[in-house]
Ligand binder design. Structure first.
Ligand SMILES: Cc1cc2nc3c(=O)[nH]c(=O)nc-3n(C[C@H](O)[C@H](O)[C@H](O)COP(=O)(O)OP(=O)(O)OC[C@H]3O[C@@H](n4cnc5c(N)ncnc54)[C@H](O)[C@@H]3O)c2cc1C
Length: 392
């Protein structure tokens, strides 16, 4: 019987499993699908630039502090994952360019500038000449005045999600974590206020009961159905995001490009792959790509990189981000069971927030005081109560 059973084998479940196993506990990860079907595999892997000075509860909101806490852990995690597994997750501080190519995106970028100033995130306004110097491939877009406003953010970082997930899985296995893929968790068995087992079915519909001492639900966009079995009402709506992949010569584009508010972006990998994203769509649990969205994304990229974009894309995919009614993740204890925790609803930032979430959940499971207070992310937080009450 494992000490901890984690439901969900995406970046959140695997990060928690690795952390807890590293503290000497026995851990099982139970996952219904292969990694390719998770939001985590589909992610772009952008970690927005963070303030260099430590945020406190006086100058940063709870989510801003969780983001900075998580961001600071990634470099260390990258090093230790490489040592443990030999897998390089592609983490690098490549910096980004925030650009506006339309009137609408100029105002979005101005709103972002306010936030960077408030948080003291390092940023620099760029003239057209600066922009061409820093990213020569954009010279054409600069002279045809496609770019109306631009900023340079040197601290923006990227990671390659499939590689990071491969490293996490491998590290989990070498720390003795049992990973049970293809097991659909159906419900829970209780003994008074404690969960004693979870009931699963495998791909052949063979039932299995998995007993454990502590449990954590990290089932991404599918968490809501499981939580209903625990008397918790927590909408975790799936928000589809699509990505288009191109291949170009390595080094042609050096920085992440964020258009306007950052929903549309391009990410150059060091081997020349170029990811173009994304969409935010309410399409239920349908994780297919659509020609219209892929065409729109390609058009945006073509405005600034027409030559590179002349070729056919290499691939495309979509994933389902786990949404929440107030936009915040839920991280902490499950009130209806004495030995259960929850980590879900990370929406557009689950990769970035995975390290901090793993430490907070692991500390809480081990009875250690957490580095950040968990009340703002509890199932009982005021904003969430208000919103779920009004949707009843
Ligand atoms: C296109 C796109 C781009 C993104 N870009 C970024 C980015 O740049 N930066 C960033 O930080 N984040 C990004 N995200 C968001 C990020 O991917 C998610 O927030 C994160 O992956 C959520 O991880 P998760 O582990 O909670 O969920 P998932 O990765 O979806 O994992 C959920 C797991 O639960 C399992 N599961 C579900 N139900 C059951 C059940 N009943 N029984 C057993 N197992 C079950 C599934 O099989 C799966 O293994 C992006 C997402 C998308 C789609």
């Amino acid at each position: 019987m494992p000490d901890c059973c984690i439901v969900g084998g995406g970046v959140i479940g695997l990060s928690i499993a690795r952390e807890i196993a590293g503290r000497g506990r026995s851990v099982a990860v139970i996952s219904r699908d292969t990694l390719r079907k998770s939001a985590s595999w589909a992610a772009a892997g952008i970690f927005p630039a963070q303030p260099r000075d430590t945020l406190t509860d006086h100058n940063g909101s709870p989510i801003e502090r969780l983001t900075q806490y998580s961001d600071r852990l990634h470099e260390q995690w990258t090093k230790s994952l490489l040592e443990e597994t030999g897998i390089n997750n592609g983490f690098r501080r490549c910096g980004s360019l925030a650009m506006a190519t339309t009137k609408e995106t100029v105002s979005q970028i101005q709103a972002n500038e306010e936030k960077w100033k408030r948080l003291r995130v390092k940023h620099e306004s760029l003239s057209p000449t600066d922009l061409s110097d820093i990213e020569p491939v954009l010279h054409g877009a600069v002279i045809t005045r496609q770019v109306r406003k631009a900023f340079y953010l040197p601290d923006e970082t990227q990671v390659r999600p499939p590689r990071h997930l491969a490293a996490l899985r491998s590290a989990c296995l070498s720390r003795g974590v049992e990973i049970l893929d293809g097991h659909h968790v159906l419900d829970f068995e209780f003994d008074s206020n404690r969960i004693v087992a979870i009931n699963t079915e495998d791909q052949n519909s063979t039932p299995r009961s998995i007993r454990g001492d502590q449990f954590c639900i990290a089932a991404g966009a599918w968490s809501e159905q499981l939580l209903q079995k625990l008397d918790i009402k927590l909408p975790t709506k799936p928000w589809r995001g699509q990505i288009l992949l191109h291949k170009m010569e390595p080094g042609v584009l050096r920085h992440i490009i964020n258009f306007g508010s950052g929903l549309d972006y391009m990410i150059p990998r060091d081997d020349g792959h170029l990811l173009i994203g994304s969409t935010i769509e309410d399409a239920g649990f349908d994780s297919s790509t659509t020609p219209a969205s892929l065409c729109r994304m390609k058009k945006i990229a073509c405005e600034v990189l027409p030559d590179v974009m002349a070729q056919e894309p290499t691939s495309s995919w979509a994933g389902l981000r786990p949404g929440s009614p107030d936009g915040l993740p839920t991280v902490g204890r499950i009130p209806s069971a004495d030995n259960a925790w929850l980590a879900t609803g990370h929406y557009r930032s689950g990769f970035h927030l995975s390290t901090g979430t793993a430490l907070l959940i692991s500390d809480s499971m081990c009875g250690i005081p957490t580095e950040l207070p968990l009340d703002s992310f509890s199932t009982d937080r005021e904003g969430l109560r208000r919103l779920t009450r009004s949707t009843k």
